[in-house]
Design a protein around this ligand. Structure first.
Ligand code: CDT
Length: 300
């Protein structure tokens, strides 16, 4: 069987002035804990190296540039890669990427147990808005600060199976999961920064945890795959972010879940062979999908 232990390493808030070296030290400590619990892969949040900067309207280009990574690994993030290789554990990490061509992406990587980057994904469903909206208590300017991802929905060979990534808002879209499922993904990993308060529809604030669970559980079940979703949680610079990091089986059942809003490691045993329980039955794509009737899905 293709069984291994996977970890979600939820992070508590990262202050605006917290250096990357400090965030990395927190991640290294959780990587060690995950490894001590037998994990072969540890999943960190979206934009895991800094505070969630899209909540601020930043006009100054130099001030904005400091939130992005221009290399990976960098001197500050190198300890994560070194520790992964030393322990023999893979990891997933989200960060803001500034390419040599001057392009900006909300990016995630998959690093294998030798400390080598084996997969990259750039967020496709960018939420929020492009212009400053001063009526909001905080901004959500992902559409301003990132370009839509240009790598599609790739799936990678890793850990004896097929692994894939998405990022935060992507998890709410069934198309994300179906694209990854069609690509043969058996385990999808993702990070998120989800404010508890949604200024355009505050009547939904009490549903934030429910919608997180619903999205990840549905995505896993409807495509017969495992999912690990990891939060950056807690009160970050006055903005409350949900926790509720979770590991979900292909049946849609939650098999592990965090109980705090702080740095916290959860683990679960993943058996990739269990994907077949769903994929050879109710969601046997070959037998039961009807793509000829789905034309509207690809119409703009
Ligand atoms: N980071 C991220 O994608 N957050 C969004 C917030 C939605 S409200 C603009 C999410 O889907 O959780």
């Amino acid at each position: 069987s293709r069984k291994f232990i996977v970890a979600a390493a939820q992070m508590g808030p990262i202050a605006a002035d917290e250096p990357r070296t400090s965030a990395v030290a927190r991640m290294v400590a959780m990587m060690r804990e995950a490894h001590a619990r037998g994990a072969r892969l540890v999943v960190f949040p979206e934009l895991a190296l800094t505070s969630f900067f899209p909540r601020w309207f930043i006009e100054d280009r130099d001030e904005l540039a400091r939130w992005y990574e221009t290399e990976m690994p960098s001197p500050e993030t190198r300890p994560l890669f070194d520790e992964a290789a030393r322990l023999g554990i893979g990891f997933h990490l989200g960060y803001a990427e500034l390419t040599p061509e001057g392009r900006f992406f909300n990016t995630a990587i998959l690093v294998d147990e030798t400390g080598v980057i084996v997969g990259k994904y750039r967020k496709i469903h960018l939420p929020g808005h492009r212009e400053n909206e001063p009526w909001r208590p905080f901004q959500h300017l992902e559409k301003r600060y990132f370009e839509k991802g240009d790598l599609g929905f790739p799936v990678f060979d890793a850990l004896g199976g097929r692994l894939a990534m998405c990022i935060c808002n992507d998890r709410r879209w069934p198309e994300t999961w179906r694209m990854l499922g069609l690509g043969g993904a058996e385990l999808v990993v993702l990070g998120y920064n989800t404010p508890l308060h949604y200024p355009p529809a505050p009547e939904h604030d009490h549903l934030q945890y429910f919608h997180n669970d619903l999205s990840v559980q549905a995505g896993a079940y409807q495509n017969g795959l495992w999912a690990v979703a990891t939060a950056k949680a807690g009160r970050e610079e006055g903005c409350d972010l949900i926790g509720g990091s979770l590991i979900v089986a292909p049946t849609g059942e939650i098999v592990a879940r965090t109980v705090t809003l702080a740095d916290e490691v959860i683990t679960a045993t993943v058996d990739l062979d269990r994907c077949a329980e769903i994929r050879r039955n109710i969601f046997d794509f070959k037998q039961h999908r009807q793509p000829a009737d789905y034309a509207a899905l690809t119409r703009p």
